[in-house]
Write a protein that binds this ligand. Sequence first.
Ligand SMILES: C[S@@+](CC[C@H](N)C(=O)[O-])C[C@H]1O[C@@H](n2cnc3c(N)ncnc32)[C@H](O)[C@@H]1O
Length: 254
Amino acid sequence: MKKLHRASAASSCRGLFIFQMVMVMFNNTPTFWANSWNRHFEEYIQYVPFQAYYLYCLLGEYDANVLEIAGGSFHDTSALNNWGIACTGIDTCREVIEKAKKAEPTLNRKVLEMDAKQMDFRDKTFDVSFHNGFFAYFSSDEELRLLIREQVRVTKRLIVCSVHNALNDWLREKFRIFSRKDDLYNLRFYTPQRIRSLLTPFCRRVEIFPLQVPEFDRLITMTNARDFVKGIYNKYYHACDIRRCKRLMAVGYL
Ligand SMILES: C[S@@+](CC[C@H](N)C(=O)[O-])C[C@H]1O[C@@H](n2cnc3c(N)ncnc32)[C@H](O)[C@@H]1O
C-alpha cells in the first residue's frame, strides 16, 4: 500500500514537473517573433481587423486616444486610425514594425518599438489600451500581473485584454493539430474565470465580452459598417453562446 502511495506520489510529482515544463514552453523570444512574422505577416495583414471592430463597440464618444500593445501586424491600429480614432501601437519586434510600416506607410509615426513591461509613456496617457493574443505566450501569472499593472498605469478608462477562449473546444483542437508543425499555435488558452481573476485586483470592475463570434464576424465581413455592427453587438452580445467565440475580450474598467 505504502509502495502504491509512493508510486502515485512520484507519478503526481512527475505530472506536476511535466505540467511546469509545458507551462514554460511557450516561445516568446524576439527571434521566435521575427521568424514567426517572416512566415505569417502577409497573411495577417489580409485578415479583417476584427479586434478593431469589436473594440469600436466598446468605445465611448470621449475615447479619443487609444494604445495597442504588442500590435504585431498592426492591422487593428491601422484600421482605427483610418476610422479617425488616434491609435498608437507598440511592439518589441523590430522586424515586424519595419514590415508593418512598409506595408502601411501611414503607420510610420504611429508605431514604436517598446517593451510592454516598461512603457515610455506618462501615467494615464491613453483613454483605452488593448491587446489581442499577447497573453497567449506567457505561462507565468506573475509576469502577466506586471504587464497588467503597466497597462493600467498608462490608461485612464478601459483596459482590454483579448485572449484565446479555453471554452472553445473546436479551436483548441485546431490549435493542437497546427502546433505540431508551427510553434505559433502552441499557446495558452484562458477561461473567463481565469482572465477575470487576473484583472480583478487592478480594476474597479471586469466584464468579459465575446470576441469573434461567427455571426458577428459574418456581419462585419458582409457590411464593413462599424456603427451598424456596434448597435447590433451591444444589443445582442449577451445572447451569444460564449463557447463559440474564438477569443474573450476581458475589459477592465478603471
Ligand atoms: C500574437 S502577436 C500579436 C498579434 C497582433 N494582435 C496582430 O493582430 O497582429 C504577439 C506580439 O507580442 C509581441 N511581444 C512579445 N513580448 C512583448 C513585450 N514584452 N512587449 C511588447 N510586445 C511584445 C511580439 O513581438 C508579437 O508581435
